[in-house]
Ligand binder design. Structure first.
Ligand SMILES: N[C@@H](CCC(=O)N[C@@H](CS)C(=O)NCC(=O)O)C(=O)O
Ligand SMILES: [Fe+2]
Length: 420
């Protein structure tokens, strides 16, 4: 059995390299980009063929070497599908099995630290990421974390493993390297002897400072991690700045995590009327029908992180494409827009005005015109039917091209402006 526990002192992260002795096929778990040379050297020296780079979750405190290792070795990268990440080869579900040589690793879905956290069970040991740390556990206050889910994952899932199973965590901040399920059941300060309610109370009152590199690490890791460093330049990582390596969309909850640490610009591309009745704190209204990328380039640096948002995610995608085409290199759109933000229970600022959404206005206008066309066709002149047909064709065109002329027209009407 080939097994190495490796450590990154800057982030206190453990990386694990394991391999089949006979075939030399290997898997690496949670590699850190700053340790790329170390890991590649080890892989080379032992004649290993790296088959998979496995992430226990989208990390907030360091950038993964996932993509760089894939580039260097041809390995497949993998992360849980519940991370909503992009740029990985394989999206994992609980119960999946990773095969390498004659070995297999079982994926255990263990949400809580993040919604997409998993543990990897291999032989007599489990790689717990930040779900279960030695004497503690990962925090649950960002990236869709949940103390309730973490309790379930630890108590109902990990603690059902044999007590002899070795626990290899994702971090240790005090130099400890390994524990067992039995020891954690007995001594883990957050869980042992605690009720579910006590655990939730502890987790919801940790008040830890945000990881120092969160703003840089989360978008980079959601996009698959850093590329191989340029061999000619300084050993500077190229993250999220070049086409094909940049984050293109985030879930509402991910945006909330990222905006908590500042430094991104949230462009709300809905109409001024929609914006006035409901907005997210710190967002800037840049109505889609008046989007002027050149003016925005004068206002923001070309590599500034711009997050586009609308009500459902359609206009924001189009806006993001136009901004990218104009030269912005770090444009992300928010999946599901304000609808998803509200559904995730995140806070909004509500204004006095109650303008119904542009999307509903389009539905009402299209429906009314179709009905009018049929009435006119039946009672006045058959040509009236043409209006209904035209509206139908327009809706098909809007669906196929993902653009909507009617919403552009409606957006200009007075009630969709901020001050009527
Ligand atoms: N101080 C570290 C962050 C430490 C941290 O928040 N670690 C996360 C894991 S990424 C955690 O869950 N810590 C649990 C704890 O400290 O109890 C940094 O700035 O990067
Ligand atoms: Fe973490």
């Amino acid at each position: 059995m080939f097994f190495r526990q490796l450590f990154d002192p800057a982030s206190s992260t453990y990386t694990y390299l394991i391999a089949d002795d006979e075939t030399h096929e290997a898997v690496i778990i949670d590699p850190v980009i700053e340790q790329l040379d170390r890991d590649l050297k080890l892989i080379r020296e032992h004649g290993l063929t790296l088959m998979y780079v496995l992430e226990t979750h989208v990390h907030a405190d360091h950038i993964t070497a996932s993509r760089a290792l894939k580039q260097a070795t041809g390995a497949q990268t993998a992360v849980s599908s519940d991370c909503n990440a992009q740029g990985y080869d394989r999206m994992l579900e609980g119960g999946n099995v990773i095969l390498f040589g004659r070995e297999d690793i079982l994926v255990m879905a263990t949400p809580g630290h993040t919604s997409g956290s998993v543990c990897y069970l291999w032989r007599d040991r489990v790689f717990t990421g930040d779900t279960l740390l030695i004497g503690g556990c990962g925090r649950t206050d960002f990236q869709n974390g949940s103390a309730e889910s973490l309790w379930m994952s630890i108590v109902e899932n990990l603690f059902r493993l044999d007590e002899q199973v070795l626990v290899y965590p994702g971090h240790d901040y005090k130099g400890r390297r390994v524990s067992t399920i039995g020891e954690e059941k007995q001594f883990n300060a957050r869980v042992a002897g605690k009720t579910r309610e006590e655990f939730i109370e502890i987790m919801n009152n940790l008040n830890l400072p945000l990881p120092k590199r969160l703003q840089e690490a989360v978008p980079a890791n959601l996009a698959g991690g850093a590329r191989l460093p340029d061999p000619h330049g300084a050993r500077q990582m190229q993250v999220a700045r070049e086409p094909g390596n940049s984050l293109r969309s985030v879930a509402a909850q991910q945006l909330a995590t990222l905006s908590a640490s500042g430094s991104l610009h949230l462009l709300d591309v809905r109409t001024p009327g929609e914006f006035a009745s409901l907005r997210i704190a710190g967002s800037i209204n840049v109505p889609f029908d008046r989007l002027d990328p050149a003016a925005l380039l004068a206002r923001f640096a070309a590599d500034a992180p711009l997050y586009c948002m609308c009500q459902t995610g359609t206009r924001s995608q189009l806006a993001a494409d136009r901004l990218r085409a104009a030269g912005f290199s770090n444009v992300v759109h928010v999946d599901g827009g304000t609808n998803a933000w509200i559904a995730a229970g995140l806070s909004v600022i509500r204004g006095e005005r109650k303008v119904i959404s542009l999307e509903r206005q389009v539905r009402i206008a299209a429906g009314l015109l179709s009905v009018l066309g049929v009435i006119a066709g039946a009672l006045i002149h058959p040509a009236g039917y043409a209006l209904s047909a035209l509206i139908g064709a327009g809706l098909v065109f809007a669906g196929v091209t993902n653009s909507c002329g009617m919403s552009t027209v409606l957006a200009r009407l007075p009630w969709n402006q901020a001050h009527v």
